[in-house]
Design a protein around this ligand. Structure first.
Ligand code: ATP
Ligand code: MG
Length: 570
């Protein structure tokens, strides 16, 4: 099935980072070069917030004819794993981006270590034997300067010898650290002799047992940027106060002028009804509150892909929201809107019934099967039509029937006439129930003069419902999703509340016995389509031969649900 290209118009959304880069290019800074990087820590799956950063970094490289690297920021051996690495690489690719170089911060360990020795010899770093608690306790606060460590006055030669012993594994975790010697009275607490190295006797997924001391992010990051020749190091606002430290390490090691990368901070993406934090998303997985990192309810790129979102729509959303310095709560409805528009363009139409109710047309010949010609896509008539079998025994949606129907109900009800999409008009004559009183079958008659769906006498039939021919139907399990959280800001609850309190207990509904039009029997994993009146769906990877599993990506705009609400629950 061919999908039409989505309409991806450029937007004029403000993007102050792009403006800065443009100005730098104009002024010939760094020789007019543009080099960015996306530096995820492989301690979880990427989420839609990361997509914003990916789109920004890779987008700038494309717009200015520059480069963008993918750098796995693997300086902390504890939280990182190969599963996360694979997922990150797959997700960035799937989003449609190609990197210039794929690098690991751990590739720079030797160089970073050599530079640390250089800083020690220059009297700009020292080994401290204070515990982490002591260091924290002597850092001071907003009102008070910190207290200098007794180790601060040690000679460079002594520090170098100690640092080498740290590297040789002579100390246990936490027994020694390396600190930058900056200013314990700085108004910026990040400048009060921050840590550069800590001891961790832990194997690293890339370097194995080669190291027992690992560099801190604030030390490794600016220098990794410098090694790669990054010109614009873009990060989120929480690093704004770290910028002086970022610059300090670079300048101390001679990266000045055109060789000094510039850190630029932008506001991270926050979304209503969504939690964007790898650490907490990991808890959702670990506590079995969702099934996996790629559970279609997750705001991870893997989850959204599995749910049926398209990379084009995610990129378009990232472009539309723009880039600013102001933190805010973005509306998840914009994401849904962009995705719905995209799916409307790309998805062929099909018929399917989620909760089937048998409908028998009594005056239709037992074995007569006709074919109904239905358009593949109403906006693209050039895609042609498909033939859908129609006969005496059908399935219709249980929800399209009301035994006692309100006046504005234009669907199935005793005595009322409706149109079966593209086929004909039927009137409900009898309702068959089981022993428990549940409706199990509708007995109907059809108007043989209405083939195609219109009455010859011109009488108006307002309601049109979808159907599937019972003997031809394909069975499927269909998973319906609601928002994972009921609170607009899951982490913004009152004092003492927990984000778990606002988990939506109805975020997943499984329809085991759905019935689909026969063409869908051949649908492949990842394939997307619209089921008329029900929404957009895609084939889930849990599908095996003989068991088709669908995810509902999202509903169509449901006009009845709105009307029902307005009428006060008719
Ligand atoms: P989280 O807070 O979800 O754990 P993180 O910031 O720890 O994410 P990293 O792997 O360090 O995750 O992030 C890689 C890049 O993605 C960083 O440059 C970071 O600033 C950016 N990023 C992370 N979350 C967001 C977000 N919500 N919006 C925009 N950019 C983000
Ligand atoms: Mg992080």
């Amino acid at each position: 099935m061919t999908e039409p290209a989505p309409k991806n118009e450029p937007t004029a959304a403000p993007n102050f980072v792009r403006d800065i880069v443009q100005a730098d290019v104009n002024s010939g800074k760094a020789g007019g070069r543009v080099a960015t990087r996306f530096p995820p820590e492989p301690n979880g799956y990427l989420h839609i917030g990361h997509a914003k950063s990916i789109a920004l970094n890779f987008g700038l490289a494309t717009q200015f004819g520059g480069i963008c690297n993918l750098r796995l920021d693997d300086t902390n051996p504890l939280a990182e794993s190969d599963e996360y690495v694979r997922a990150i690489i797959e997700d960035v690719r799937w989003l449609g981006y190609d990197w210039n170089g794929l690098f690991w911060a751990s590739q720079y360990f030797e160089q970073l270590y050599a530079w640390a020795e250089q800083l020690i010899l220059a009297g700009k770093a020292y080994v401290d034997e204070q515990s982490l608690e002591q260091i924290r306790a002597t850092r001071g606060n907003f009102y008070q300067a910190g207290v200098e460590s007794p180790a601060r006055s040690r000679s460079p030669e002594e520090n170098l010898a100690l640092f080498r012993r740290m590297k040789a594994g002579e100390f246990t975790d936490g027994e020694r650290v390396l600190r930058a010697k900056i200013d314990m009275a700085s108004p910026n607490q990040n400048m009060r002799d921050p840590l550069m190295y800590r001891i961790r006797h832990t194997a690293h997924h890339n370097t194995g047992d080669a190291w027992c001391l690992y560099p801190m992010y604030d030390y490794a990051h600016p220098l990794s940027d410098a090694i790669e020749g990054i010109t614009h190091s873009i990060c989120t606002l929480e690093f704004e106060d770290h910028r002086p430290l970022y610059d300090w390490f670079l300048v101390a090691l001679g990266f000045v002028g055109d060789t000094k990368p510039e850190q630029i901070e932008f506001a991270r993406l926050n979304l209503t009804y969504t939690m964007l934090s790898k650490r907490r998303l990991q808890l959702l997985v670990e506590e079995n509150l969702v099934k996996s990192w790629d559970d279609p309810r997750m705001p991870t790129i893997a989850g959204m892909r599995r749910r049926g979102f398209s990379a084009e729509a995610l990129r378009r959303f990232c472009e539309l929201i723009g880039i600013s310095k102001r933190e805010g709560l973005g509306d998840v409805q914009l994401l849904e809107y962009v995705q719905r528009e995209d799916l409307n363009q790309r998805c062929p139409r099909h018929l399917g019934v989620l909760r089937p109710l048998r409908l028998v047309i009594e005056n239709w010949a037992e074995d007569e099967v006709r074919e109904v010609d239905l358009q593949r896509h109403p906006e693209y008539p050039q895609q042609g039509t498909r033939k859908v079998p129609f006969g005496r025994e059908l399935y219709v949606e249980l929800d399209d029937f009301r035994e006692v129907a309100p006046p504005k109900w234009f669907r199935l009800a005793p005595g009322r006439e409706v149109r079966l999409r593209g086929a004909c008009l039927v009137t409900v004559k009898d309702v068959v129930k089981d022993a428990a009183g549940e409706v199990i079958e509708l007995r109907c008659t059809w108007d043989p003069a209405s083939w195609g769906g219109t009455a010859v006498d011109g009488r108006k039939v307002k309601g049109t419902i979808h159907w599937v021919s019972a003997p031809h139907a394909v069975d499927a399990e269909v998973r319906l999703y609601e928002r994972l959280f009921t609170a607009e800001d899951p982490m913004g609850g009152p004092e003492g509340s927990d984000w778990r309190d606002s988990l939506n207990p109805e975020s997943l509904t499984i329809c085991q016995g759905a019935k689909l039009e026969p063409a869908l029997g051949k649908a492949e994993v990842g394939e997307r389509f619209q089921l008329e009146r029900l929404g957009y769906f895609c084939v889930d990877k849990d599908t095996v031969a003989g068991h088709l599993v669908l995810n509902r990506t999202m509903t169509l705009k449901d006009s009845w649900a709105k009307l029902e609400k307005k009428l006060g629950g008719a």
